[in-house]
Ligand binder design. Structure first.
Ligand code: ZN
Length: 313
């Protein structure tokens, strides 16, 4: 359902979408430290990992152990990404209560990512959504490559609608539309969201946007104008799909928070605290990340004296 609320919620996916595309393997204590910092910065939903085959995505091999070792702070939800039946078993076994169950609407991407065509993958995920709902889990359904695929080009919106209907019929109350390849443009996002809100009026939408072509934040704002109030983000602008050629990062959490706060839309994010997460990530990865606001806030902090008084503008 389209929301008229003047408030947005973010799910930070640095630990999953962010770290899955990094060669550096983060240790369990490093992951826990980042999760603590994100919660301190006001993130109310944090995707802590995925339950995928450790040979395909070794960075996520310790997700079970990580979930078992975490105690969510009051009001914070930890979620995990599940793509198949074994992944759902693992999520249930380690006591995770909130899962994203996702399939691709592109045949080529689905074959690379899930070894089956899109129709089969969507049916399989719908079956898993039924199971997860019956097991009492909170479930977000998800569709990947909604706005285009680098391997097969445009994706027919009718195909997206049919897949969304299947996930909704299986019990998903919210559906995540992922621009996995960063091919969306703002008008396309607005049209797709408006159509889904119209055809599936009881279903919430979440947007997961990659900034591959520099349109991530513009697409997010187009989704907001269409009534979407939930967005996936990655601190520093990390992220990318290991199975998409040339994939780039997600919309940076700090840039999204700044954009909405500047427009008077509350996000609950403490930007100064979030910059500390960017500091940590840049130190561990030994490079600058693409997000813009960390540099802006660091420069502003340098201009401010130790007593907190600005010395110039
Ligand atoms: Zn992604």
């Amino acid at each position: 359902m389209a929301s008229a609320n003047n408030h947005v919620g973010f799910e930070d996916q640095t630990l999953r979408d962010g770290l899955q595309s990094e060669a550096r393997r983060f240790s369990l204590p490093e992951k826990k430290h980042l999760i603590g910092r994100l919660a301190n910065a006001g993130l109310k939903r944090i995707q802590v990992g995925s339950f995928v085959h450790p040979r395909r995505v070794p960075q996520m091999a310790d997700t079970d152990e990580l979930v078992r070792s975490l105690e969510p702070p009051e009001g914070v939800v930890f979620s995990g990404l599940v793509l198949n039946a074994h992944g759902l078993e693992r999520a249930l076994a380690c006591g995770l209560s909130d899962v994203a169950l996702s399939a691709s609407v592109s045949d080529s991407h689905s074959r690379r990512n899930a070894n089956q065509n899109a129709a089969a993958a969507v049916d399989a995920v719908a079956g898993l959504i039924r199971e997860a709902v019956q097991a009492g889990m909170a479930v977000r359904g998800g569709l990947q490559c909604v706005f285009g695929c680098v391997y097969e080009g445009a994706i027919d919106p009718d195909r997206v609608l049919a897949a969304a209907e299947k996930l909704a019929a299986a019990g998903a109350r919210a559906i995540n539309l992922a621009d996995t390849t960063g091919m969306a443009h703002p008008r396309q996002v607005a049209d797709m969201c408006a159509r889904l809100f119209r055809e599936l009026p009881d279903i919430g939408l979440i947007l997961h946007l990659h900034d591959t072509r520099g349109l991530g934040l513009a697409n997010m704002l187009a989704g907001f104008e269409a009534g979407v109030r939930s967005f996936d983000v990655c601190t520093g602008g990390l992220g990318g799909c290991p199975f998409v050629r040339g994939a780039a990062g997600n919309v940076p959490t700090e840039d999204a928070a700044h954009a909405f706060e500047a427009m008077g839309v509350p996000t609950g994010i403490d930007l100064a605290a979030l910059v500390k997460v960017v500091d940590d990530l840049e130190r561990l990865l030994e490079r600058r990340l693409p997000g813009r606001m960390a540099a802006v806030l660091r420069a502003a902090a340098q201009k401010t004296g130790a007593c907190g008084v600005r010395t110039d503008d």
